[in-house]
Structure formats: C-alpha cells, structure tokens
Ligand binder design. Structure first.
Ligand SMILES: *Cc1c(COP(=O)(O)O)cnc(C)c1O
Length: 365
C-alpha cells in the first residue's frame, strides 16, 4: 500500500465540540459537516458529533444518507433547496431548510399536503452572498409565518468579518434591528463568532473549522484556543538522496543546494491534496522532527530537507499536517487557509479512524 493516510482522531472532534459548548453554554449547536465534514468523512464525523444538537450541510443526498444511517437530530440544509423536486424528500426526512431567495420561498408552495418543514430564513446583513435584504426579509418572514408548509421558523445570518478586525458590529446591528421584537429563534455564529463574540451566540451556533481543530483567526493559533487537530495527514519517505552543492531539486529545478545536502522524498503530492503552491520552506515533520519542503511539489511526491535528522531513511514517517504541526501553519506557508487544505484531501488518500486508546482489561497480560 502507498503509505499516505489521513488519520482521524474522533476523540479530538468530541473535545473540540466541548470547546464550543464551553464558549456558548446557552446555545444549541449545529455541527457544520459540509464538504464531507471538511474532508474528515461525513459518517465518521456524525458519529463523533452525536452530542451536537444537529448537523448542517449542503447536499440533500448526503443528508438523506445521514438519516438512513439512523441520525435522528436536526439536519439543516445550508443552501436550502436547489429545485422544488427536493421538497418532498426534505419533508419526508424532516430536514430544516434555509430559505435565502424568492425562488426558494415559492418552492414551498409545491409542498405535499400536510408536509411541514422547519425553515431558517437567511437575512443578508452584509456578507452580500446569500439572503434577503432586511426589508425583503420582513416580507419573507411574514409569508413564511403564514405558510401552511412551514413549521418552526428560525432567523439566520452569516458573518463576513468575524475573524478579522472589522468584527461583527455592523452586521449585528442590522440583524438586531431586523429581528427586534420577534419571538423567533436565531442563528448567527460561525467558529470565529463563537470564539470572539458572545453577543452573537443566540439560540443556535454553527461551528465548522473549530470542530476540526483549526483556527479561524490569523492571529491566534488553534492550540491557544484549546483546540486539538482531528486530521493528521501522514506518509513516509520513499527515497533518500545525497546532493552535491549546486544540485537542483524537482521540476524546474526551483531549489538549488548551496552546500552538500541530504534530502528525502515523501509519498505525498498535489494529487493527494497537498497544495502545489506550497513554496520551499513549508514546514513538515520527518520522524517527528520539524523540517521544511524543498523545491516544487509534484503530483505524487514532495522533497524534504533531512539536515539534522540523522536517522531518516526509507519508511520514516512524514507528517504533512495534524498532530505536532497544525494545518493552519502549512496553510499560511502555502498562502491559503486550513479549510482549503482539509477539504482538498483527495479521494485516493485512505481515511482511517485512529483507534481510541482503551485501558487494558484488568488482569490482561
Ligand atoms: C461553513 C458555514 C459555517 C461554519 O463556518 P466556520 O468558519 O467553518 O465555523 C457556518 N454557517 C454557514 C452558513 C456556513 O456556510
């Protein structure tokens, strides 16, 4: 077997849900499991997040699979329905659907007689991506409150700047003005808002990235937030080379040795989801020791500096990110965010759940 794997630590996922609970003790939690649970595997994440009050994702097919596997708590479809043909399915499986535009509002008229769906009305408070402008949202709210096919109505918005210096104040003001005087449940907070802005917590929070042990912030690490990495992308060295001064590495010869150099080749490349744009110097762990990548990332391989790692040989473990090296750090080096790295792990990488360490049975040898 090619040695690359994504190891999933479900105990860390549960721990991170605990961090959400401590931050927002009075809110219920929709665990966000879109994009195959940020690359961690939907079914596995759903099991680890059984203590959450609900799960939120995008595709109705994935939501149906979740129900069919026995998941009985709330399931929210964050982009709502894409077509009215999905409506009977959503009703049958008791999905909570976001309604963010007039077309989706009209789709509800096609609901089968007797069907009732819980709805999250999405208000655009400044993200300017999905949702009704506040004035139109008032009219949408009124028609949803009267609609025969609508069960519980929740008011919802999404923040554009909860992770940066702009914060949530402007959007909160617009949302509060819109929601004032209404006895409807509210849902606003993503991970960044959960961690920094308690005034956003309301009835339902919607954590994503923090559940997976990464930080939404550029200035605060996951470890500082008490989060544990869930995925460790690990492979092995498949070659060790001794290079002379002046030797160049990989396609384009982008890295040149300025002194004799021992390097290793790890079985991980951009076809595994490792970012091709990660430059020389991107951090990596070889045999548990922190070192750097050298040269361009290839489709199936990348090269690492073995200076000071005297025991490194073929089959020495290489951690691309996860335990001991946050995906956030690798993302910064590659000019992206951990969200993208986690979601990009390719289907060819086997995803394996770490065995939970169980204490030995009494009397066991
Ligand atoms: C993805 C998403 C979230 C979770 O965001 P994080 O930054 O990963 O916590 C919350 N709400 C909505 C509507 C989303 O699309």
């Amino acid at each position: 077997m090619r040695p690359i794997k994504a190891l999933i630590n479900s105990a860390a996922l549960r721990h991170n849900l605990g961090v959400v609970r401590r931050c927002a003790p009075h809110s219920r939690v929709f665990g966000v499991v879109k994009a195959n649970a940020y690359g961690h595997g939907l079914a596995r994440a759903a099991r680890a997040l059984e203590a959450a009050d609900g799960l939120a994702l995008l595709e109705i097919e994935a939501a149906v699979r979740l129900r069919e596997s026995g998941y009985s708590r709330r399931i929210a479809l964050l982009e709502g329905l894409f077509d009215s043909s999905e409506l009977p399915v959503a009703a049958q499986h008791d999905f909570t659907i976001v309604v963010h535009n007039a077309e989706q509002l009209r789709m509800l008229d096609a609901a089968p007689a007797g069907a009732r769906l819980d709805v999250m009305l999405k208000v655009n408070t400044g993200m300017n991506r999905l949702g009704f402008a506040p004035a139109a949202a008032l009219a949408a709210r009124d028609s949803l409150l009267l609609h025969r096919a609508v069960g519980q109505l929740t008011l919802m918005t999404h923040f554009a700047n909860a992770d940066d210096a702009r914060g949530v104040a402007l959007q909160m003001e617009i949302f509060d003005t819109f929601a004032a005087g209404q006895r409807l449940e509210r849902s606003l907070a993503n991970s960044a808002a959960i961690l920094r802005f308690p005034q956003t917590h309301a009835d339902w929070v919607r954590p994503g990235i923090m559940l997976y042990g990464c930080t939404p912030f550029a200035d605060t690490s996951a470890a500082e937030l008490g989060l544990m990495p869930v995925m460790t992308l690990v492979s092995e060295l498949i070659s060790v080379q001794d290079l002379q001064t002046g030797a160049r590495i990989g396609y384009g010869g982008a890295f040149e040795a300025t002194q004799p150099l021992r390097v290793g080749v790890a079985a991980c490349g951009y076809a595994d989801g490792y970012p091709r744009h990660a430059p020389s110097g991107t951090p990596v762990l070889v045999g548990g020791i922190r070192t750097r990548t050298l040269g361009r990332v290839s489709m199936d391989m990348l090269t690492v500096d073995l200076t000071g790692i005297s025991g490194a040989r073929v089959a020495t473990p290489v951690v691309l990110w996860g335990e001991g090296l946050s995906a956030d750090e690798v993302a910064i080096a590659a000019g992206t965010v951990s969200y993208e790295l986690l979601c990009a792990v390719a289907p060819r990488v086997p995803v394996i759940e770490l065995r939970e360490s169980t204490p030995p049975a009494p009397g066991a040898a």
